[in-house]
Design a protein around this ligand. Structure first.
Ligand code: IPE
Ligand code: IPE
Ligand code: MG
Length: 244
């Protein structure tokens, strides 16, 4: 079955999991799995751009991932830096606009600088929005948004009664993006691991055992086709109203 170009999600979010296990299967160190995962990122970004999706959010590093062994964290930061350096031209050519969510302030200075440069260089692009979740945690994001609201209330700019879903959502990192229509998680686990807790309220969930380095264009299109079989009800009913 093929995907229907007229019924594509606007925003897809992906938990890119399974790099370590992929490396283990090959008898290689974990970092080689992360390295192999970069090709999957390239393939999926290209495909999302070609399909004219509005946004693609990739979970690249969680607030909890800081607790991994030092060399693995350093390896991941190095890969991120190399990816950004190598891909900038390609991103510009493909009209991709880069942005991030998460605690960018916690990233090593060098990585942050190159990230800020790539964001600046792609700011004028009108194609796919590539949103990298880096040092990101859904709970951390909600705490930061809540703090902002509390500060505004304390300053007398806002009353507690004025706080509603839209004021809270406006304080989230990805406020200008629509909520993801589809969440994909590779690697076989069926959990959110602190990803986009607010934004995924009504997203369709797609779990696949395929490990991230083995995920590419074909697997991405299969996820989109699966998404197109779903009936999204948002708590309502789909039947037409009765005659009487
Ligand atoms: C996902 O792959 C990449 C990151 C979390 C940075 P993992 O490193 O979690 O791979 P597994 O889950 O151990 O196989
Ligand atoms: C989720 O994967 C985070 C990213 C893909 C960046 P993890 O491998 O960190 O999640 P858990 O530990 O299996 O929940
Ligand atoms: Mg994992």
């Amino acid at each position: 079955m093929r995907h229907d170009p007229a019924n594509l999600p606007r925003h897809v979010a992906i938990i890119m999991d399974g790099n370590g296990r992929w490396a283990h299967q090959q008898g290689k160190p974990r970092i080689m799995g992360h390295q192999a995962g970069v090709s999957s990122v390239q393939a999926v970004v290209r495909c999302a751009g070609e399909l004219n999706l509005d946004a693609l959010t990739l979970y690249a590093f969680s607030t909890e991932n800081w607790q991994r062994p030092g060399p693995e964290v350093e390896g991941l930061m190095g890969l991120l830096k190399t990816y950004l350096e190598n891909q900038l031209e390609q991103l510009v050519q493909n009209r991709v606009r880069l942005r991030t969510c998460g605690r960018i302030d916690r990233l090593p200075n060098q990585v942050r600088r190159i990230l800020e440069n790539s964001i600046r260089e792609t700011a004028g692009n009108d194609g796919l929005i590539l949103n990298l979740a880096l040092s990101y945690g859904g709970r951390d994001e909600l705490v930061r948004a809540t703090r902002q609201l509390a500060a505004r209330v304390a300053a007398g700019e806002l009353t507690p009664e004025q706080i509603d879903e839209s004021t809270l959502a406006a304080g989230l990192d990805s406020a200008e993006l629509p909520d993801p229509d589809l969440l994909i998680r590779t690697g076989g686990e069926r959990r959110l691991s602190n990803f986009l807790l607010w934004q995924l309220s009504y997203s369709e969930l797609y779990f696949t055992k395929t490990l991230w380095p083995d995920f590419g264009r074909e697997q991405f299109l299969a996820a989109l086709t699966d998404y197109q079989q779903r009936q999204r009800r948002f708590g309502r009913v789909n039947e037409p109203p009765a005659d009487t």
